[in-house]
Structures are given as C-alpha cells and as structure tokens.
Design a binder for this molecule. Structure first.
Ligand SMILES: Cc1cc2nc3c(=O)[nH]c(=O)nc-3n(C[C@H](O)[C@H](O)[C@H](O)COP(=O)(O)OP(=O)(O)OC[C@H]3O[C@@H](n4cnc5c(N)ncnc54)[C@H](O)[C@@H]3O)c2cc1C
Length: 385
C-alpha cells in the first residue's frame, strides 16, 4: 500500500492551503458575522481561476481533471479557513459531475465550462423539498411537456448558492402514474429563467456566507432538450451523484475539525491556570490525542473512498462511512476545542465557536448520518444474505 499523495495532489493541497491562509482566513470571521457577498463571490472567482471549481472534471469541459483525492484534500484545506467557501466548491463540483455523467454533449459544453471558469459563480443542486428530505422519492415538483417546452411548477427548499447560481440541476415528477421515485426526471434550468423565483433565504446557525434559499417554480418554461439523461431516470441520477458529494462534505467536516483542534492546541500552550500551561494537564492532553487520532482515521476513510471512486470501483458504502465518521469526528473536535478554550471559546472573539456552528450541518446535509448508517448497513447485510 502507498498512502502518500502524488506530487500533483500535494501541489493542489499546498495551493489550496496558501489560498486559504492568504485570502479566506482574513475575512472568514467578517463573512460569518456581518456578511460581505462581493468579497465571498470574488474569492470564488479567484478559486475558479486557480482551477478549483472543476477539480474532478474532465479537461475537455474546462476542469482540472485532477481526480477525487485531489478534490478531497483541496476541500479540506479550504474548509480549514472558510466552510462556506468549501461547501460552494463542493456543490459546484457535484453539479459539474452530474452534468458530466448524465448530460448530453451539448449540455456538458454549455454549462460545465462556465462553472469551472467562474463565469457562473456557482451551480445549484435542487433536489430537496418540504416533503422530500431524507426521502428524495417524495419530490412533488412537476414537469409537464407542453409542445416543445417543459413547464415546471412546485418548490424546493434549502438550495445552496441559489441567488448566484447560473444553472440549476432540478428534479421533478414527469410521470405520476408510477410508484414513488420511478417517475422523476432531471432538468437543467438556467438562472434568470422566467418563472424560476429565488425564495426566502434561510437564517442558519452557521456557514453564513453560503446562501441557502427556497426556490419556486411558477409556470417555469424550459426547452424540451433541458431534460438531462433519460426520462424518469432522475432518481437514479440523484442517488448516484449524492454518493460522490458525500466525499466532499466529509472532507469539509475534516477541515473544520482540524482548524478547531489546531487552534485549541496552540491555545493550550499559551493559557496558564494553577501556575502552569493548561497543556500540562492530562485532561487537555487526552482531548488533543483523541481528537487528532479520530481526525486521522477520518482522513484515511476519506482517502479510501476518494481513491475507490477515482479508480472507478464501487464506493457508495465507503463514501457513507467516510462522511458519517468524518463529520461526527469533526463535530466532536469542535466541541472539545470550545471546551479547551473554556469561556473564551464561547465568545466571538475566538474562532472556535464559529467552527462549532459551521461544522454542525455536515452531519445533516448530503444525507443525514442516520441515512448514511442505513446505506452502510444495507450494503453489509446485502453481502451476507
Ligand atoms: C444549509 C443547508 C444546505 C443544503 N443544501 C442543499 C442543496 O444544495 N440541495 C438540496 O437538494 N438539498 C440541500 N439541503 C437539504 C439537506 O440535504 C436535507 O436537509 C437533509 O437531506 C435532511 O432532510 P430534512 O431536512 O428534510 O430532514 P428529515 O428527512 O425530515 O429528517 C429528520 C430526522 O429524521 C431522520 N430520518 C429520516 N428518515 C429516516 C430513516 N429512514 N431512518 C432513520 N432516520 C431517519 C433524519 O436522519 C433526521 O434526524 C441543505 C440543507 C441545509 C440545512
């Protein structure tokens, strides 16, 4: 076994780390507390220029074609500084990948290069609805063919990047006569299409710079050829793509967890109580030891899932394991980091409270960790019965 990054992967990791330090770290707290959408979007453009918007996208569509391992380590480095930027990157990559996997040649050429180059600040992945969260087969948004156009009606909720997305991948019911999930199709809807309304923005616990909005489709007309993949094959497309997205979210969680424990460990060498550095206390040392061990285990699980995906091998179980473990380890890391800073950790004067808020959602989106456990156990049980 060879567990080292290649030269190219290390270069990408270093570039992401340097960018995060120079451009994201200095404004992350401001983005969280006050918001600065122009600065946030400007950084997305810079990341696109550096090739980070399509790390796992083919060169012919404007991507870096650097693979899944490189994508994972880059997301982790970006998330160490700004989780909002990291989730935008992760979703953009997922949108590019789903178009690459299921789109026609014309669709691939029309949209993927625009996301990779930064011409579009973002793409959006519009699956979730009020009645379709953990169970995406509950999608109720409808698409009805009217001549040479599809007419979309319905709504979506919690859509990342909606206000600045240039293209939306949208799931809608195209056949109501078949069982749930069998009659869903996938469409590409351009930002600004009449009838596509960006609804209310959620006021979230964390990841404040990344917008999360409701979407409304009010007689939204799109061309007949905006259908992506085969008619009524949308559920399969969604499930396949979500598995890859989980590597992105696990990597994001790992980055936030590392940022938190790095900060708290440094702090423990500076803060003195009872006449000595708190890092001298075994209670603090054990928190450091446990947390770095768990995050290292998370990293190895992520690398395993990323490597399998990159090799074209089945990776759904591994991606669920990595997402579940990494995001829970990262949540524990952030909890302990706050604990290690004591009362100061609970104030906005120190970044660990932000990390604790930013990391919470990683155990929920891209499939809750209960759903990950369902996927993992189903795969294991299937292999023995
Ligand atoms: C900040 C943010 C960004 C998001 N971005 C996007 C996006 O870009 N695109 C998109 O489509 N969606 C997005 N989502 C939606 C996200 O993926 C869903 O919130 C998530 O999948 C959970 O769905 P839900 O919120 O409806 O929870 P529910 O499905 O209602 O779950 C509630 C609880 O019940 C549990 N539960 C449900 N079913 C089962 C089961 N079978 N077994 C065990 N437990 C179960 C869940 O684990 C959870 O604990 C985002 C959400 C947030 C908050």
């Amino acid at each position: 076994m060879f567990l080292e990054l290649t030269g190219e992967q290390r270069l990408i990791q270093d570039t992401a780390r340097e960018f995060a330090k120079a451009e994201l770290d200095p404004i992350a707290a401001t983005l969280d507390q006050e918001g600065d959408p122009p600065a946030f979007l400007a950084n997305l453009r810079k990341l696109a220029e550096l090739g980070f918007m399509g790390l796992n996208v083919k060169d012919e569509y404007g991507g870096a074609e650097a693979g899944v391992v490189a994508f994972s380590v880059a997301i982790t480095e970006i998330a160490r500084a700004c989780a909002s930027t990291a989730v935008t990157l992760s979703v953009n990559n997922m949108v590019c990948e789903v178009i690459q996997a299921a789109g026609s040649e014309a669709q691939k050429k029309a949209y993927i290069p625009k996301i990779c180059s930064g011409e579009f600040s973002a793409g959006a992945f519009a699956l979730t609805e009020t009645g379709a969260g953990s169970d995406p087969s509950g999608v109720a948004t409808q698409a009805v063919l009217d001549g040479d156009q599809w007419v979309l009606n319905g709504s979506k909720i919690f859509i990342t990047s909606a206000p600045y997305a240039g293209v939306f991948v949208v799931w809608a019911v195209t056949d109501r006569s078949v069982p749930k999930g069998k009659g869903i199709s996938c469409f590409l809807v351009e930002g600004g299409t009449p009838g596509l309304v960006i609804g209310k923005e959620e006021h979230k616990t964390g990841q404040h710079a990344s917008a999360t909005n409701e979407l409304l489709f009010e007689d939204c007309r799109i061309p007949k050829d905006a259908l992506m993949g085969k008619l009524n094959d949308g559920f399969r497309i969604a499930v396949g793509e979500l598995a890859g997205g989980r590597i992105g979210i696990g990597s994001l969680g790992l980055g936030v967890g590392l940022a938190a424990i790095d900060y708290a460990t440094q702090y423990s060498t500076e803060r003195a109580q009872f006449g000595q550095k708190i890092s001298n206390f075994q209670a603090i040392q054990w928190m450091i030891a446990d947390t770095y061990t768990e995050l290292e285990a998370a990293r190895l699980l992520l690398m395993n899932a990323a490597f399998k995906k990159e090799q074209g091998k089945p990776f759904a179980k591994e991606a669920s394991m990595a997402k579940m473990y990494a995001t829970e380890a990262a949540n524990r890391a952030c909890y302990k980091a706050v604990q290690m800073l004591g009362g100061y950790g609970y104030t906005v004067d120190f970044p660990v409270e932000r990390y604790a808020r930013d990391v919470r959602i990683t155990a929920i989106y891209e499939g809750t960790n209960e759903i990950q456990r369902t996927i993992i156990s189903r795969e294991i049980l299937r292999s023995i019965v």
